[in-house]
Design a protein around this ligand. Structure first.
Ligand code: NAD
Length: 500
């Protein structure tokens, strides 16, 4: 173990070995690198750099800010292979999956390139005699982003490109479990021409996060991660007077109706449940089959499909998914499978102790697992598993399936498989979930819409990226202006001004 991953502050990599944590290569289980865990003082330096860069950046024309993002997009594309390897080597996802993640991230950069258009204000002439009024959208100042391990490139790219083109300066605190890709993303921004201090990265843990949450110079916090931490971030940031959006965990159900195209269902559930080892907040982890016949046919198809699934190292593109992020997380996912078994569910396909080549024996692998006859009381149903585990709940009617989703604490994503337009329309309109798919398993909104769950999957009023992102990273100012055309002056008016 040689390298210690540092911070990126004011345009330079800052080495820091005072407090560190091991970063693993999950494919081999090796301790590959160390990451610095920033002290309060280091985070304060990053915030100070961002604060110092703000006045000039705020006054940089949006079109000039956007041009940097155009160059940045090209650099991301040119460095695609390197970024995907960085992601895979620390996260474990297969390179083709990392490429998909990066592409979805780049699409947020493309959206940010539209800054001059996105920041156009609103104007009304003659709101009163000789009076015009306009609203413009001004940056907030220093904003912070705190991101999870499962999308080390895409989730940071949801945040900083848009925040920056809106005229803010940024401090990112990526996951300490896979910090190399986000650090490199920041370095590429410098190469794209971004002035020093506009983008900063501090690696670290709770100490770094708490400093960002309480520093009065930080105006807003975007968070993505698990629900208990999202709740804490939202409560602490808002108690400290900051604007906050905190996206949390999920339990995404797919309703499979008796009339669904089962070949499509099987293929899309395989990808959506097991892709990225199920470590996606939009992973479909519960299939709700309407009717026993639907359940039996669906399970037979999924079981057959799972026989062809290949689990292994991130670098082998023929693998379908890789290891879990850490040994601890693997043990936690296994414990959910154990508990489902103990509580009476049927393990149809057991992914515990999968076969992998001997050189990968220490990797954090768990094979795809299919569990039938899961019921709402089971721990594995109530909590987010975040692993390659698909659970099947059997119900008799679509209404029963919807009630199940209604009652769950999470409301991130959901999907219905059906050929019945009326049923699909009713479902989409009435289900209390933020992102809905109709025969689409992972309804992750594109970059020019916005991402956001409901219930305990998100805290705060605005979603991530897209139009909500522009609103989150700006504040409206409304100016009312009068340039009287005559010498005549009105007398004092003490009643509320009106048009009369
Ligand atoms: P996590 O909540 O453990 O960590 C997220 C971030 O919070 C990290 O940067 C981490 O350093 C920091 N953090 C962790 N514990 C903290 C504490 N006690 N105090 C302050 N900061 C703390 O999440 P994770 O395991 O990295 O990511 C997986 C979770 O993220 C899953 O629950 C998944 O559903 C969720 N997620 C949600 C979305 C979404 O858009 N809703 C997207 C991706 C991931």
């Amino acid at each position: 173990m040689t390298q210690t991953i540092g911070h990126f502050i004011n345009g330079s990599i800052i080495e820091d070995t005072a407090r560190t944590q091991t970063v693993f290569n999950p494919s081999t289980g090796e301790a590959a690198r160390k990451v610095a865990l920033a002290s309060k003082t280091t985070v304060e330096e990053a915030v100070a750099a961002a604060q110092a860069a703000f006045p000039a950046w705020r006054n940089t024309p949006p079109a000039k800010r956007a041009r940097i993002m155009f160059r940045y997009k090209e650099l991301l594309e040119q460095n695609r292979e390197k970024i995907c390897r960085l992601i895979g080597s620390e996260h474990g996802k297969i390179v083709h999956d990392a490429a998909g993640e990066l592409q979805r991230g780049i699409e947020n950069v493309e959206f940010a390139c539209g800054a001059p258009n996105l920041l156009k204000g609103e104007y009304s002439k003659n709101v009163g005699p000789d009076i015009d009024s306009w609203s413009d959208f001004q940056p907030l100042g220093v904003v912070a982003g705190i991101t999870p391990f499962n999308f080390p490139a895409m989730v940071p790219l949801w945040m900083f490109p848009l925040a920056i083109v809106c005229g803010n300066t940024f401090v990112l605190k990526p996951s300490e479990r896979d910090p190399s890709a986000p650090l490199f993303l920041a370095q590429l921004l410098k190469e794209a021409g971004l002035p020093d201090g506009v983008m900063n990265v501090v690696n670290g843990d709770k100490e770094a996060v708490d400093t960002l949450l309480t520093d009065p110079r930080v105006q807003a916090v975007s968070f993505v991660g698990s629900t208990p931490i999202a709740r804490y971030i939202y409560a602490t940031a808002t108690a400290n007077g900051k604007r906050c959006q905190a996206l949390g965990g999920a339990k995404n159900h797919a309703i499979v109706m008796p009339d669904a195209d089962l070949d499509n269902v099987v293929n899309s559930l395989l990808g959506a449940a097991f892709g990225s080892s199920g470590e996606r907040c939009m992973a479909l982890s519960v299939a709700v089959a309407v009717g026993d016949e639907t359940a039996d046919r669906m399970i037979a198809g999924i079981k057959e499909g799972m026989k062809t699934m290949k689990v292994g190292a991130f670098s082998d593109e023929s693998n379908h998914f890789g290891p879990l992020i850490t040994a601890e997380h693997k043990a936690k996912v296994e414990s959910y499978i154990d508990s489902a078994e103990q509580q009476g569910a049927t393990i149809v396909v057991d992914g515990r102790n999968p076969e992998v080549p001997s050189e990968l024996a220490k990797g954090f692998y768990l094979g795809g697992t299919l569990i039938d006859r899961v019921t709402p009381e089971m721990t594995s149903y109530q909590e987010e598993i975040f692993g390659p585990v698909l659970q099947v709940v059997r119900v008799k009617t679509m209404q029963e399936a919807m009630e199940l989703i209604n009652r769950h604490i999470y409301g991130n994503g959901t999907c219905i498989y059906t050929r019945d337009g009326e049923a699909a329309r009713y479902f989409a309109d009435n289900i209390p979930v933020g992102m809905v798919g109709i025969n689409i398993p992972l309804p992750v909104p594109v970059s020019y819409h916005s991402f956001g769950g409901w219930k305990q999957s998100a805290f705060g009023d605005l979603g991530a990226y897209g139009p909500d992102g522009v609103r989150f990273y700006t504040r409206r100012k409304t100016v009312t202006q009068r340039w009287p055309t005559s010498e005549v002056r009105e007398g004092a008016v003490f009643s509320m001004p009106t048009l009369g």
